[in-house]
Write a protein that binds this ligand. Sequence first.
Ligand code: NAG
Length: 302
Amino acid sequence: MPALALGAALLALAPFVQAAAAPGLDARQSITALTSEQITTFTPYTWYASAGYCAASETLSWTCGSNCEANPDFEPVASGGNGDSTQYWFVGYDPTLDTVVVSHQGTDPDEILPLITDGDAVLGNLNSTLFPGVSSDVEVHQGFADAQASTASDVLSAVQTTMSKYSTSSIALVGHSLGAAISLLDAVYLPLHISDATYTYVGYGLPRVGNQAFANYVDALSASVTHINNEEDPIPICPGMSLGYVHPSGEVHIEDSGEWAACPGQDNPSTQCIVGDVPTILDGDESDHDGPYNGVTMGCSS
Ligand SMILES: *[C@@H]1O[C@H](CO)[C@@H](O)[C@H](O)[C@H]1NC(C)=O
């Protein structure tokens, strides 16, 4: 079963994630390459992230061209957004993986870079109505928080409907770019309202979303968290660590050789991982942002 296969793949990564490098240790020693089988287990999630770019009307009828055809058995339940002021999103059920799938639309490097490289990268608290009980030490990018808040209650009720209709307690959250950031906030939000579920998060080209306390909060979730970065994509190194931003653990970095490296810990500085490979935005290549991620280039091409 692919769900178990992904679980096994992620479990196989877990020892390396837990072996986060202590200061002074050579992090490179615990970086390992994913097997081709492990890489392939991500493919359905990659297509769901890409389908997040398709119009709400297309994902609701699951007629979004190649992105939809790649997961032909998907059962859509709800969708929304307008692709402009609110990113598109959709929720439904994947019978092969036996999981609810939630996907949020991303955006172009030209649109997201201004949000994460200048004065708009302001950290602040999560809305305590949506995120009851989360410590005020936890701070996140306010633009991302606003984007997540604008669809939060619709997504929550669609997930509850899907869980009940298909009798599943597994929830997969995916997205690329801004969509990866919104879905990461969903991975914090949804368990506060639906505790009896198993969460899997797979983000692509994820920018940094919050501060050290946020990264630690995400690392402490029972969710499996993976964020996949492609080659010299500059988005995942923004907003900068100098602004107080920290990535949660769970990075996988696609190297120029095509190898997928599992990078343990938060912001692993190895040159095999995004922080070491792309020290500044000038070292980045925006054209790497959309992929390809094992053959899948993000965007709706219906
Ligand atoms: C927090 O979220 C609730 C529910 O969506 C909303 O009514 C409220 O206005 C929000 N508060 C702030 C300060 O944005």
